[in-house]
Ligand binder design. Structure first.
Ligand SMILES: Nc1ncnc2c1ncn2[C@@H]1O[C@H](COP(=O)(O)OP(=O)(O)OP(=O)(O)O)[C@@H](O)[C@H]1O
Length: 605
């Protein structure tokens, strides 16, 4: 049969194969499901392109070196223990599934390998698969890896299982609609997650941040079964609960994520995040890497900031001084520093930023700078601080979370910074609460209004400030760069939401869809007078608010202050009008601006 091209002799009881003179054109051979114990030397079968020897009793791969056209070799369900004997064959498809192979080897010369099936073996490492640029499919199912996943699962598997568990438990409950955190079309619900090793300052920095940026963030406290550190307050820092309560909450599907660290359970509840979102605020949460892995499976898309103490000796000292951890626990925590750094290096983009926490104050300043950039807030504030002395007494007297940034700047270089240590924090808060004058009704109304606007925005109803916060993609350009347009324009009037003289523009302006990010960020601040210049020849109504406690963004540069001190306001029919400036940048018009008049407080009438 000199013209025989393809031969199938499968499902027989052959104990040997190719015991005949090879047909010249034979290319494809199938001897599967026989009883062949050994491979013959196939030096005379140079034209073979496909050889199938599945379901035999072969123990060793040999005799193939002259099959210089062989591109498909299958030896599934045999008794092979070692990958060998491939030489430099042009094999594209190699199937060695269901053998007894423990290591991937001898593949380095199979340069054009495209499809490799090693399922059902005893392989535990992927080493040996390097430099196979053309490899398209690898099947490693049912190897030792599976056993490992079951008995000593790698962290990724733990996180995936955790996510699955929490989803299933929550689905088993009567369904509630959690509308506040559902991602809108424009942007996910804004969330900031501080990640880092144990007792590395995450909680402390998160609290400071939430106090300073209190109009944006609220601290979301996780639940834990660990004991409180010295100075930690229940429900303030963590919700400290027993193992039984934790298990009950888990079964009730309360958690978005759970993880275990140092034999203690931690979890973030849906109610925590939802409660913050309902107030129109972004959540600021801190957790270990295990929690992050699980959270990354959810629909939340937080920004993750990695906080790492780079100086391990100092970090170890801090842990020792806390007096809470055993020697082995300290060693483990210190080793985790490298673990975090490795993750950051090996998975670029896994964290959005890395901050060294050797010095907590410096770390906080870096964190603030980063957050300002994310939020598109001006950096000017910090620089202007030194100029502001007149206000200082009043601000101290009216200290509140609202003016924390000012307070922080004043205190960071003074003795007062001692008060900001975590152990003293509760004392400072209660002290400042006593110092703080009661909020007047107009302030409360103003706050509620802003929160409502933010909430609407979060629900995707009104594109405003909050939809642009934490927008995915590249980190937004800091506002100082974005406002370049206004600096050069004849009507340079970039102002933050508060006027120095106590009049404010509410950020409740709404804008049409389709604006560029830069444009929408600029406009969504809702506060630049230049954004009002989009109404050629029209007047624009703006709403006025009485001053709330001093805001971080109250401080304006000199030129802006001058311009703002003589705005072209007209008071007609109880409504203020701002005349359109002459300059009309090339931005689309047609915005709808609401009139809102909050009550004028008694003292200011
Ligand atoms: N670099 C540092 N210098 C001085 N003290 C520090 C530093 N980092 C953390 N601390 C202190 O260590 C204590 C624990 O910090 P914190 O509670 O913020 O850590 P954490 O990262 O939130 O820990 P955990 O994840 O275990 O809750 C705090 O009292 C904090 O002030």
């Amino acid at each position: 049969m000199p013209y025989l091209i393809e031969l199938s002799a499968s499902h027989n009881e052959l104990t040997t194969f190719f015991g005949f003179k090879p047909p010249k054109n034979l290319k494809k051979v199938d001897f599967s499901f026989n009883k062949i114990p050994e491979m013959n030397d196939l030096f005379r079968y140079k034209g073979l392109t496909r050889l199938i020897l599945d379901h035999n009793e072969i123990k060793e791969i040999k005799g193939l070196t002259n099959c210089s056209a062989l591109s498909h070799l299958s030896l599934a369900h045999n008794k092979i223990t070692k990958m060998e004997g491939f030489g430099k064959l042009p094999i594209k498809i190699l199937c060695l599934s269901n053998n007894q192979i423990e290591e991937i080897s001898c593949l380095e010369n199979l340069k054009i390998l495209q499809n490799l099936d090693l399922s059902g073996n005893k392989i535990s490492r992927l080493k040996g698969l390097e430099n196979h640029d053309l490899l398209e499919i690898i099947n490693l199912e049912d190897n030792k890896v599976e056993a490992e996943n079951k008995y000593a699962p790698p962290p990724e598997v733990v996180a995936a299982q955790d996510h699955l568990k929490n989803i299933v438990y929550s689905m088993m409950q009567p369904q509630r609609i959690f509308d506040s955190t559902l991602p809108s079309l424009d942007a996910p619900y804004p969330m900031l997650v501080l990640v880092g090793p144990q007792a590395g300052g995450k909680r402390e920095l998160a609290h400071r941040l939430c106090r300073q940026f209190s109009t944006f963030f609220r601290y979301g406290s996780c639940h834990t079964t660990r004991l409180p550190y010295f100075g930690e307050g229940d429900r303030v820092d963590y919700n400290f609960i027993s193992e039984e309560v934790f298990a009950e909450m888990l079964n009730m599907g309360k958690f978005i994520l759970t993880y275990k660290y140092n034999k203690h359970n931690y979890g973030l509840t849906r109610d925590t995040v939802e409660g913050i979102a309902r107030e129109g605020l972004a959540s600021c949460i801190h957790m270990d890497i295990e929690g992050v892995r699980s959270l990354k499976h959810s629909y939340f898309e937080p920004r993750y900031i990695l906080l790492v103490p780079m100086n391990k000796v100092k970090y170890e000292g801090n842990l020792r001084r806390m007096g809470l951890f055993s020697r082995s626990e300290i060693e483990f925590s210190v080793a985790r520093v490298d673990y975090y750094i490795e993750i950051n290096q090996d998975f670029p983009g896994y964290f959005d930023a890395l901050i060294n926490t050797d010095d907590l104050n410096t770390a906080y300043q870096n964190l603030c700078q980063l957050i300002r950039e994310y939020l598109g807030l001006s950096d000017q504030l910090g620089k202007d601080m030194s100029d502001i002395t007149d206000f200082s007494k009043e601000v101290y007297a009216r200290r509140s979370p609202e003016n924390e940034e000012f307070f922080w700047h004043l205190s960071s270089n003074s003795l007062f910074s001692d008060f900001l240590d975590s152990t003293d924090r509760n004392y400072v808060i209660s002290l400042s609460a006593r110092l703080l004058a009661e909020e007047i009704p107009a302030e409360i109304t103003s706050m509620q209004k802003r929160r409502e606007a933010a909430r609407q925005a979060l629900m995707g109803k009104v594109p405003a400030d909050y939809t642009t916060l934490f927008q995915r993609g590249p980190v937004p350009t800091p506002i100082s760069a974005i406002t370049h347009l206004d600096r050069t324009s004849p009507t340079r009037m970039w102002a933050k939401s508060k006027f120095a003289d106590g009049i404010s523009l509410t950020p409740s302006l709404s804008f049409s869809e389709g604006s560029s990010y830069r444009e929408s960020l600029l406009m969504s601040k809702g506060t630049t007078l230049s954004s009002l210049a989009h109404f050629p020849g029209e007047s624009t109504f703006i709403s006025l608010e009485t001053p709330s406690p001093l805001k971080s963004d109250t401080y304006l540069d000199k030129e802006t202050k001058e311009q703002l001190s003589k705005p072209s306001f007209e008071l007609t029919d109880r409504k203020f009008k701002v005349k359109s400036p002459v300059y009309q940048p090339n931005i689309r018009s047609g915005r709808n601006v609401k009139i809102v008049l909050p009550p004028i407080p008694q003292c200011r009438k």
